[in-house]
Design a binder for this molecule. Structure first.
Ligand code: IPE
Ligand code: IPE
Ligand code: MG
Ligand code: MG
Ligand code: MG
Length: 295
């Protein structure tokens, strides 16, 4: 797959999504294999779609650093699939009644609504485990540790517990940046870093792309909060107004929707400015897409 012009970003996203769907289908256990109920639930949530942003960022960062993403069964493919499996596990658990209590995800009933809470919890756990067995196949202990660090108590889980504990409370802008940086930006940053690491980036490039990942990751969650207020439920495939109902601490709740949009745009501008003006590349286009997304 060749990198494409910025104007073709929608086509690029579509092609990459198809490619990633193929990887996921290949690495997920068959619905016919025991325990069937778990495998059916795992496939239900993963194959329901979604933007596939994290694996797309990993593949694109890998290519940007000179890595090859063509062919079959490359370390970057295992890492890309692992990122989407971890992400889907986090969504299944995030939607549970004890967490955000949501009924709709990716345009269909949430995993626990469809299969019950026990199956949903275990399907999430199983996706997490499968993700790490795929990461182990890369043969890179650094890559395995990178993902573990990003989603553990210093990263995604630390953010998720802070998010739950902030419900119904007044928070500052710094608090919410702290929550969003961990619950969402940590995995997005990790996606870019894994792509860069497996693409052979040197320390300098890795550090620049890390900053890119942090900025687009934070912007991504700010926009997610804005879309919960202003977005189209049909396009999003999840219920809007869910944050308000749960008295969630959100970025627009702290600074207002207009300022939230401005702050997200500033982060996107900063992420683009990490590249030379004449360095036209897909990571830049992806940042702009993240800033403008409607779903
Ligand atoms: C939703 O992530 C959860 C957040 C971290 C905001 P996405 O908006 O990437 O969800 P999918 O994968 O496209 O369904
Ligand atoms: C989810 O944030 C973050 C993780 C799942 C780690 P949200 O709770 O805002 O995501 P949505 O809005 O339910 O997709
Ligand atoms: Mg949540
Ligand atoms: Mg949620
Ligand atoms: Mg949200």
């Amino acid at each position: 797959m060749m990198p494409v012009e910025a104007t073709d970003i929608q086509l690029y996203l579509k092609e990459r999504r198809q490619f990633i769907d193929g990887l996921l289908d290949r690495y997920l256990p068959s619905e016919e294999a025991e325990p069937k109920s778990l495998h059916v639930a795992m496939r239900y949530s993963v194959m329901a779609g979604g933007k596939r942003l994290r694996p797309i960022l990993a593949l694109t960062a890998c290519e940007y650093c000179g890595g090859n993403v063509e062919g079959q069964d490359r370390p970057i493919h295992w890492a890309a699939a692992a990122l989407e499996m971890v992400h889907t596990y986090s969504l299944i658990h995030d939607d549970l009644p004890c967490m955000d209590d949501d009924d709709l995800r990716r345009g269909i009933p949430t995993c626990h609504k469809k299969f019950g809470e026990a199956v949903a919890i275990l399907a999430g756990d199983a996706l997490h485990d499968l993700a790490f067995s795929l990461m182990a196949r890369t043969g890179s202990t650094e890559a395995v540790a990178e993902l573990a660090q990003a989603i553990g108590t210093d990263g995604m889980l630390g953010g998720q517990i802070a998010d739950v504990e902030a419900e119904g409370r007044d928070v500052t802008r710094d608090d919410i940046i702290n929550i969003h940086t961990r619950k969402t930006a940590a995995l997005i940053r990790c996606s870019v870093r894994l792509g860069a690491m497996l693409g052979g980036a040197d320390a300098k490039l890795l550090s620049r792309l890390t900053r890119y990942g942090e900025k687009v990751g934070l912007a991504f969650q700010i926009i997610d909060d804005v879309l919960d207020i202003e977005g189209d439920q049909k396009l999003l495939g999840k219920n809007t107004g869910s944050d308000r109902k749960k008295q969630k601490a959100t970025y627009p709740q702290v600074v207002g929707v207009e300022q939230a949009r401005r702050d997200a745009s500033r982060l996107i501008d900063e992420s683009v400015a990490l590249f030379d003006a004449d360095d036209e590349n897909v990571l830049k286009s992806l940042a702009l897409y993240i800033g403008q997304r409607q779903y």
